[in-house]
Design a protein. Structure first.
Length: 144
């Protein structure tokens, strides 16, 4: 699996505007802040009383919105969910995949300490209410 840190992901997006950033965090995490130009398709949902559970619509919504030949940077909070999403996307036939191993917050050690800063810690361009077409609600509506 190819992987980059958040700074490298940002630089790729600057050099190659056709590259898509897929943020696989929950809707709530995405709404609190995300990389500019990111689209949100959560791989997991937060269910009160149950915690994180797999999003059963993930593959369906991805296929409805992202062409198989797209060049994708896949990010989450700290790199774990995005690594899993890259595995799933590869099984679906996507080939140009790169995991953003530091995610939005940063890569952490076993004690929860940040060992490599993520998108937000590097103060890379982010927003909380960017283009509605990038929201999960909008993207999921295309998969109906």
């Amino acid at each position: 699996m190819k992987d980059v840190n958040a700074q490298e992901a940002y630089e790729i997006m600057q050099k190659e505007p056709s590259v898509l950033y897929l943020d696989v965090r929950t809707v709530q995490e995405f709404e609190q802040g995300h990389p500019v130009q990111a689209m949100n398709i959560p791989i997991m949902d937060m269910i009160p009383g149950m915690g994180m559970v797999p999003n059963p619509e993930f593959t369906k919504v991805v296929e409805a919105n992202i062409p198989k030949d797209a060049s994708l940077l896949v990010g989450c909070k700290t790199g774990g969910r995005s690594a899993r999403a890259v595995e799933i996307l590869a099984q679906m036939g996507y080939q140009n995949l790169t995991n953003v191993r530091t995610g939005f917050v940063g890569a952490m050690d076993m004690a929860g300490r940040v060992v490599e800063p993520g998108w937000s810690m590097l103060n890379l361009p982010q927003c909380t209410s960017c283009d509605d077409s990038a929201t999960y609600k909008h993207l999921a509506s295309k998969a109906k």
